[in-house]
Design a protein around this ligand. Structure first.
Ligand code: NOJ
Length: 534
């Protein structure tokens, strides 16, 4: 096992590489086909050897799993399918021994319909204080048969569900995820307490789900296209919540990363003011096509929007909600848009993988922190899930048009020759693994210096050793059309060739790392990236 990494500065999060674990699909310790904390504990060495700084766990709390755990029934309990609180505490301690910090996921916008508060609210009836913690309303129409307003859902379909006594409740996601009323003091108090609960257990940070959606128009007025402000996205009052959360995080030295999808750069940056969230995911970069001009513009605007608030940028290529990187880059449309996902999209995986390798070096050379989603280091493609095995509500709520998000959530292959590729001990995994995944298994890639895993390991090792990488400034260099070239500090240069032709390598003293083999003629082939010592 690799030696523990030296601790970084207190500002570790400004340039950390953070690995996202989707516990259900990482490793199955008890052999029931579902990943669990016991499985994670046996595989932590993979993360230490990969060289990441921290691990973000998507929700591991008690949950009916209607939305993959983003329907939380109890924040202070681990889901029995995943293990126990005691195991989570052990995991946090074992990770720390390997130099890995732990980030948990908090879902403040909604809870599960099985959460004690919602069950109490249903039992207590209209007008009760229990209902005031949610958004219950009478319906419209002569008999209250119409939903209280016209808000669009984040997951196609309606945002209101009627209960037997005739009232309706709001849910921006599925009916099993009722929205909390953030104007209610209990809701604020409870979440502050939950933050303390996890900080007390030694977690280094918290990822905030749907971070811009919590506060709602107090009158729940209708949504009309173009209405300003939007009745539930990015209301000004939300910042008050994060200011009080920040005070709590500061007591423990904890950090936040917000899931903030906002097109407006200035509004986005408000979440990153010094007394609010430390970081937020850079979804503009994730959604950006493999196009030199657009990538450069996205990088520039990212850095420009973060600068005034002194927050570090984050760089993200994929996560548990979006199409896997090698697949996305192998399609005609190399960007990402939830609304555009379709079954059967033609994909050139060889091309996509080549680009994903180049994108890895580009991303890891940019100033700020980087998120890696489990399996990205293996170059896993998006899997086709047979229709009768799909579980994601996004698929069902789109009436079957959207393939959903299961294709990026397939259990990881660890051992090429073992049953379920070493994910578990034999029981069929909760999502089927494709028949040709042996080649992606960790043990195969460990043995292959040309594998995606070897590339990531070497890149992360260099990134750690090179003080020019991570936080700091970036300077663009003159380059041929279709080539991105920039320097970090004096002597380190990153060049990425997104043109269709080979280009001369920029002048250099040494090649530190290339995303693919470089020809002897001193050129950089298409869809290849290189780190050079100048
Ligand atoms: C964002 C999460 O990443 C996604 O998986 C989830 O479905 C929604 N928020 C709702 O919690």
């Amino acid at each position: 096992m690799a030696a523990p990494h030296p601790p970084r500065t207190d500002d570790w999060w400004r340039d950390a590489v953070i690995y996202q674990v989707y516990p259900r699909s990482f490793a199955d310790g008890d052999g029931d086909g579902t990943g669990d904390l016991a499985g994670v504990r046996t595989r932590l060495s993979h993360l230490a050897e990969l060289g990441v700084d921290a691990v973000w766990f998507t929700p591991w709390y008690a949950s009916p799993m209607v939305d993959g755990g983003y329907d939380v029934a109890d924040y202070r309990a681990i889901d029995p399918a995943f293990g126990t609180l005691d195991e989570a505490e052990k995991l946090i301690a074992e990770a720390a021994e390997l130099g890995l910090r732990v980030i948990v996921d908090i879902v403040p916008n909604h809870v599960s319909d099985q959460h004690a508060w919602f069950r109490e609210a249903l039992a207590a009836g209209p007008g009760s204080p229990e209902r005031a913690r949610f958004h219950f309303r009478p319906g419209r129409g002569e008999h209250g048969e119409l939903p209280p307003n016209d808000w669009p859902s984040q997951f196609s379909g309606t945002t209101w569900t009627r209960v037997p006594d005739g009232e309706w409740y709001l849910h921006l996601f599925t009916p099993e995820q009722p929205d909390l009323n953030w104007a209610h003091p209990d809701v604020r108090r409870e979440h502050e307490d939950v933050l303390r609960f996890w900080f007390e257990r030694g977690v280094a940070g918290v990822r905030i789900d749907s971070a811009a959606l919590l506060t709602k128009d107090p009158e729940l007025r209708d949504f009309t296209e173009g209405v300003d402000p939007h009745p539930y996205v990015d209301l000004d009052e939300i910042h008050d919540v994060y200011r009080s959360w920040r005070a709590i995080a500061d007591e423990y030295g904890g950090v936040f990363v917000g899931e903030v999808w906002l097109p407006d750069a200035e509004r986005f940056a408000r979440y990153l003011r010094p007394d609010e969230l430390h970081t937020a995911f850079n979804f503009n970069f994730l959604a950006c096509p493999w196009d030199p001009e657009r990538l450069r513009r996205t990088i520039d605007s990212t850095l420009a929007e973060h600068a005034p608030v002194h927050a570090p940028a984050t760089w993200v290529l994929c996560n548990h909600d979006v199409t896997r990187t090698v697949t996305r880059y192998g399609r005609e449309d190399t960007g990402f848009d939830f609304a555009a996902k379709r079954f059967g999209t033609p994909t050139d995986l060889e091309l996509g993988t080549r680009r994903a390798r180049a994108a890895a070096l580009l991303t890891l050379a940019l100033p700020g922190s980087v998120y890696l989603y489990q399996g990205e280091e293996l170059g896993l493609p998006e899997a086709d899930i047979p229709l009768d095995r799909i579980q994601d509500p996004m698929h069902f709520r789109s009436e079957g048009v959207d393939p959903g998000r299961d294709g990026c959530r397939v259990p990881l292959p660890w051992e090429a020759e073992a049953p379920s590729y070493g994910f578990g001990t034999g029981t069929e995994p909760w999502l089927p693994q494709p028949a040709d995944w042996a080649r992606y298994a960790v043990d195969r890639q460990n043995a292959d210096p040309g594998s995606m895993l070897s590339l990531y390991r070497t890149a992360l090792e260099l990134r750690r050793a090179e003080s020019a990488l991570g936080d700091g400034a970036l300077s663009w260099l003159p380059s041929p059309e279709g080539v991105l070239a920039f320097s970090r500090a004096e002597d380190l240069l990153c060049a990425v060739n997104l043109s269709g032709d080979p280009v001369p390598l920029p002048p250099h003293a040494a090649v530190l790392l290339a995303s693919d083999e470089l020809p002897a003629d001193g050129t950089l082939p298409p869809d290849t990236a290189v780190w050079l010592r100048t």
